[in-house]
Design a protein around this ligand. Structure first.
Ligand code: G3I
Length: 374
């Protein structure tokens, strides 16, 4: 066969199969929601550096906001006292700038995934309050300063409050007390005065977290510190949280005078032996905890889509308060949920399936909001 003929047949075949899996008029996820709020995804290093080209294309097609899943965390970007690993974060930011996306920084101060050197001295004891203040300042100035003008907003402090509303007894709290939060906000604002600044946490439907975060917003504002938003991570399940409580928190944060963002949305379809999203709370694998290795049965798929639709309905009716809805990953195969809290499972938590195709709740929303039959 002539090479040109072979090429034409292959091209035609590609077009036909692309058409079969993705109709040319299929709306992108971001288009379904129009200008109600931006639609984000957490991205991996492989997606921004091009090692996962299919994932990269899906990001460009479907999302208008990105957040780094891991590469801006302290242990990754600042592994040693005097050494920063800028390359993955630089690539992430360049990718967002090139594709004209809203870029979110995650995260400046977090007890988990903090570089081992950050909180201790040579003997392994906690550093003094003065030293920690200086280290926080240096870290925030370096990281937020490097991307000044390019980052829309930073998760300044991540996961600082417990379900009952008390402060997490993290090393930051043990060394500096409650003051570590206002300090982090002060340094972040000094480093990048135009960036929005957020508090971010999971299990935000809990009354305790709700009340403490409302108080915190007021305290920061009273001190003249900038706070723009609360991130409700939203690592949720089919039967948790109670959606009435969840919406109550959303409204309470908005009423306290900040934007609300859904920052890490994923909905597990699997049995959940552990709630929340604390990476160190794990459970042992057994087969009964991994029931859908070969795909979601029809009834479970319907249940999952209906639950996701209920969440979306909450976001749509509170669209005035919400500025962004971000999924914690691009497609099901990318999700951390496949490995947490039980390692080695097959989960279905995101907007796009393992072939990067939109889930039915999105098609339904497109019909409802845009009269689009897909
Ligand atoms: O990059 C290393 C690699 O070099 C090494 O070979 C491999 C071996 O384990 O580990 C790799 O790092 C892993 C990293 O993800 C990147 O894949 C870490 O072990 C693993 O702990 C890390 O998990 C991340 C977790 O946060 C902890 O940082 C998840 O991907 C990420 O989805 C998750 O995200 C958090 C949010 O930041 C905060 N809210 C909760 C959310 C879910 O836990």
């Amino acid at each position: 066969m002539k090479p040109n003929l072979l090429l034409s047949l292959l091209t035609a075949g590609c077009i036909i199969s692309a058409c079969a899996s993705q109709p040319p008029n299929e709306t992108a996820v971001k288009d379904i929601f129009g200008d109600r709020f931006t639609i984000g995804t957490a991205v991996t290093v492989n997606q921004t550096n091009g090692d996962d080209p299919i994932g990269q294309q899906a990001i460009i097609r479907h999302f208008n906001s990105i957040v780094a899943e891991n590469c801006m965390k302290c242990e990754k970007i600042h592994p040693e006292k005097d050494s920063y690993n800028w390359q993955p974060a630089d690539e992430f930011v360049e990718f967002g700038v090139k594709n004209n996306m809203e870029i979110i920084g995650h995260c400046l101060i977090w007890h988990s995934q903090c570089a081992p050197w950050f909180l201790v001295n040579e003997k392994g004891d906690y550093v003094s309050a003065d030293t920690l203040r200086q280290r926080m300042k240096d870290h925030i100035y370096a990281v937020a300063g490097r991307y000044k003008g390019k980052i829309k907003g930073w998760d300044v402090v991540n996961e600082a409050i417990m379900e009952d509303g008390s402060y997490r007894k993290s090393p930051f709290y043990e060394i500096l007390g409650e003051e570590f939060i206002p300090l982090a906000f002060q340094y972040a604002h000094e480093a990048d005065p135009d960036a929005e600044l957020y508090l971010n946490d999971y299990s935000m439907a809990e009354k305790g977290k709700r009340e403490t975060y409302v108080r915190l917003i007021k305290q920061l504002k009273e001190r003249g510190l900038r706070i723009d938003g609360i991130g409700m991570q939203s690592h949720v399940g089919l039967d948790y949280p109670d959606l009435t409580e969840y919406e109550k928190s959303l409204k309470a944060f908005a009423a306290a005078g900040v934007n609300v963002m859904v920052t890490e949305l994923d909905l597990t379809a699997l049995p959940a032996p552990v709630g929340g999203a604390n990476i160190s709370d794990t459970a042992e694998y057994n087969d009964s905890l991994n029931p859908y290795k070969d795909g979601l049965p029809v009834d479970m798929d319907a249940k999952w889509n209906s639950r996701m639709k209920s969440l979306m309905d909450i976001y749509l009716r509170n669209a005035d308060a919400i500025t962004r809805v971000t999924a914690w990953g691009v497609c099901d195969g990318d999700s951390w949920r496949n490995g947490w809290p039980v390692p080695g499972r097959t989960d279905y938590p995101l907007f796009l399936d393992r072939n990067h195709e939109m889930k039915p709740f999105l098609i339904e929303l497109d019909k409802e909001l845009n009269n689009n039959e897909g």
